[in-house]
Design a protein around this ligand. Sequence first.
Ligand code: NAI
Ligand code: MG
Length: 367
Amino acid sequence: MSTPSLLILPGDGIGPEVMTEVRKVIDWFGAKRDLAFDVSEDLVGGAAYDKHGVPLHDDTMARAQEVDAVLLGAVGGPKYDELDFSVKPERGLLRLRKEMDLFANLRPAQCFDALADFSSLKKDVVAGLDIMIVRELTSGVYFGEPRGIFEEGNERVGINTQRYTESEIERAARAAFELAMRRNKKVCSMEKANVMESGILWREVATRVGKDYPEVELSHMYADNGAMQLVRAPKQFDVILTDNLFGDILSDCAAMLTGSLGMLPSASLGAPMANGRPKALYEPVHGSAPDIAGQGKANPIACILSFAMALRYSFDQGDEATRLENAIEAVLASGARTADLMGPEGGTPLSTAEMGDKVIEALDQSL
Ligand code: NAI
Ligand code: MG
């Protein structure tokens, strides 16, 4: 098989800073695990706007369509706040998601033991937590028609439409069941079938898809109850399947169970390509963090964990992904912390580069 290809788009703000640390990790896997990647790098967001006047050049878009996986840092920043909506940095990211048709957004919420004190919840509620939210990303109320602000009588009305076709629900559901097969074989599907027809259809289709996965235990929950259960007893879940709107909220809610934004990776997957690999974009959940950009303070772990997801979901290297996650667990257990992970007791935080070096040391230890 040919060398797997990876397109790196560092973006803006802390994006390039955290990506430098990911490059160290990628190089380590090449040198020590014989895992070579054909890596190319390009511009996205404000960085692309500065050079090309658009937040994503057509050539970059074309390259993203060809590669096995895209790894993105972050886009945006105050410098670009006044730009026209059509060329805002965020449009570059949205274009990637849309044209690659990345319909399944995977948001893990995993609690590293060393950080359990960081959660807003009690330690025993979150210690060992490892759940995965699959959010449908390309349809639903953010895209449904009709939409807009219209005149109605003598006032205006704002309209958005929650709209899901069976095939849109089906492919998101399949992504969730496939994941569950690789994990703990449990899917909880969340909607509001009690008050929304789109929810009734969602439940029906999820149930039908579930028949293809008899080993997976499927349950259904109303999304509002799901939110309650996520903060009451999150460990009851393995894979959560939900739509775009509920997934937006539930994944942010689950994310905070685990502490810092600097720790959270994500993957967005599309349909399989000719080589069987899904179209894929990996990125940390955080943004460009202008308040700390350029200061060497950013936590690179979210972006490094995003690469671990790429190893697992794009490159069939689940064992190496686990090796990387375990290395990060070991680094945290040793007490190493970037500034965002410092408790009130203080101490001296590591810089972005120092944290990257710690991860490399832990990887060396793993051999
Ligand atoms: P943000 O995620 O950039 O920052 C929120 C807070 O978390 C800040 O205090 C920041 O310092 C901290 N933080 C974020 N990542 C961190 C890391 N790795 N290590 C340590 N601390 C970290 O969100 P914010 O401030 O709302 O947005 C800033 C810019 O980023 C905006 O232009 C926004 O549009 C853009 N953005 C881009 C996203 C993306 O590229 N996917 C996602 C969210 C925001
Ligand atoms: Mg959100």
